[in-house]
Design a protein around this ligand. Sequence first.
Ligand SMILES: Nc1ncnc2c1ncn2[C@@H]1O[C@H](COP(=O)(O)OS(=O)(=O)O)[C@@H](OP(=O)(O)O)[C@H]1O
Ligand SMILES: Nc1ncnc2c1ncn2[C@@H]1O[C@H](COP(=O)(O)OP(=O)(O)O)[C@@H](O)[C@H]1O
Length: 637
Amino acid sequence: MAKVLERQKEDLSIVIAGHVDHGKSTIIGRLLADTDSLPEGKLQQVKETCRRNSKPFEYAFLLDALKDEQSQGITIDSARCFFETDKRRYIIIDAPGHIEFLKNMVTGAARAEASLLVIDADEGVRENSRRHGYMLSMLGIKQVAVLINKMDLVGYNQQIFQEIVEEYTEFLHQINIKPISFIPVSGMRGDNIANLSKRTKWYQGETILEVLDSFNGEKLPGDKPFRMPIQDIYKFTKGGDDRRIIAGTIESGQIKIGDEIVFYPSGKRGKVKSIEAFNEDPKESVSVGYATGFTLEEQIYITRGEVATLAGQSRPQATSRIKVNLFWLGKNSMKKQKDYYLKLGTTKVKAKIEKVVRVIDASKLSQNEDKNEIERHDVAECILKLEKAIAFDLINEIAETSRFVIIDNYEIAGGGIIQNALEDEENWVSENNIIWHEGEVTYEDRCRNIGQQGLVVWFTGLSGSGKSTIAVEVEKELIKQGKVLYRLDGDNIRYGLNSDLGFIKEDRDENIRRITEVATLFKDAGLITLASFISPFKSMRDFAKKKIGEENFIEIYVKANIEVCVKRDPKGLYEKAKQGEIENFTGISSPYEEPEDPDVVIDTEELTVAESVEKVLKLVDSLQITVDSETQKRHPN
Ligand SMILES: Nc1ncnc2c1ncn2[C@@H]1O[C@H](COP(=O)(O)OS(=O)(=O)O)[C@@H](OP(=O)(O)O)[C@H]1O
Ligand SMILES: Nc1ncnc2c1ncn2[C@@H]1O[C@H](COP(=O)(O)OP(=O)(O)O)[C@@H](O)[C@H]1O
């Protein structure tokens, strides 16, 4: 588990951004030097090196010199450095690559609460001065100070300063940012960084350090509703210790023992039994910023990616259709139809563009409503369709649980914020006034009653590959183990429930849809369902997995070559199909789409029936969390 954060003096993370060569590194070097945050002798050492190489000393060199030093507490990793004023400790995040910055903002590794935007007085407002402003505004960083740097190059001319102030203020106004101040500075000469400069007598404002100290720090814990994205569940089952610690980092709010937690999107609930801290005594309460864990009175099954919230406080949104504002930094444009991953908090789901509403040029602020793809450096408003519902907040409510990144081919390629939660189109039932009637007995009650969790083991494969043979044997073994289960088989279901369906694609899809509904109900009853169907189409297998729930679903590909299946031909059907007596026969005259990423592949040409069965049982065993019989309840509360 992540170490609990040590917190003494207040921390404030600031992102520093600006066009290349506008002087970010020099300003950072100055800030470190002027606040005595450099290691003993470092300044002298760098000056000495410059002298030896007959190079004029620059404060920017300090950053390079510090990059290698990891031990001093104030040194720099490639993107961050630290310094202190009397008021607090600052973490300066340099945002050169942006992707890294984006990742840090979204994962919480380094989350900026304010920003310094640097503009070169000599060059004036450049494309990136505007783009970076836009990006920060979008990510919800509203505390901004603008540093007009290199004033020495323009003779400390107030007129030039004023013109830039006017031009940039107008731009920032359009993107909803009201800068706290504009400061005329020279990183090179140290004007208005830690001390007011005599060279800008016309400037009546504050130094950079004073402005930093005037930024608001993070909101007090408890100001906002509790949010903790679940990172992991740690199970201890040895030596009488049967705790299940639900771990994560608290993004906002606080909890205490006895509080009722509601997890989203599942809606599951439980009461906090204990609060755990790594290498520390258990605590009574814990608040924002801590990596922590808690246990619950109830044994409920939740997974990474859910968001823990407090009952009675405002709830997060949960849907699989969202309207977002995103900016794209990927080499390849973001396109409709293509699958991406969206990562928000600890959840990661497949995402597709449903609609590009408009594309905005972040520098010129021009808009285009006819584009169908999002190019590098574009900002876009679009509707995303996610593979399943996720929990999140809107940017104005809780920014931390509203920011996301988009992953394209394993790399972060864009990011943004969620503007709106949209109705799930699949939710036609609500439009037809059909409302699921929740009884008072919960899924957890049912599971406790029979001492197991609901699980669907889905066997897919060609006719004759061995699905039924294996499922029948697995069923016998699980019954011996005392499990409560039911086996659903292609032929049996088509015997009654689906006797109206044939083998054209539409009928096969409807077959699997109905079976999925049945399996979902069985799962909800706490049963183990062994489902063996050819289920030749990936889209319907994915549908089953999504509907039943990934954590309660195992996909097993029972694999055997078509030639082998034809040879086995246990029911003589291949022979008939070849003679043209059966139409649309899978593998002969109808396709079978092989699973791309099943939980397990059972190659029945290689394994014996007994070996196949053992493989399945092992997997079922590793996933089935047996509910403790002592806590079994015959009746729910
Ligand atoms: N045209 C055609 N294609 C495939 N299978 C056929 C066909 N006609 C009848 N059968 C018999 O039906 C069983 C498959 O039913 P499923 O419900 O599993 O099929 S599907 O998932 O809807 O594709 C299948 O059972 P298994 O051999 O156990 O797979 C066959 O016995
Ligand atoms: N390792 C194996 N696993 C399962 N079945 C096997 C295996 N090796 C041979 N077989 C034979 O293959 C046939 C599979 O038929 P069946 O289980 O009805 O397939 P399906 O349900 O996939 O149509 C049976 O006759 C079975 O005895």
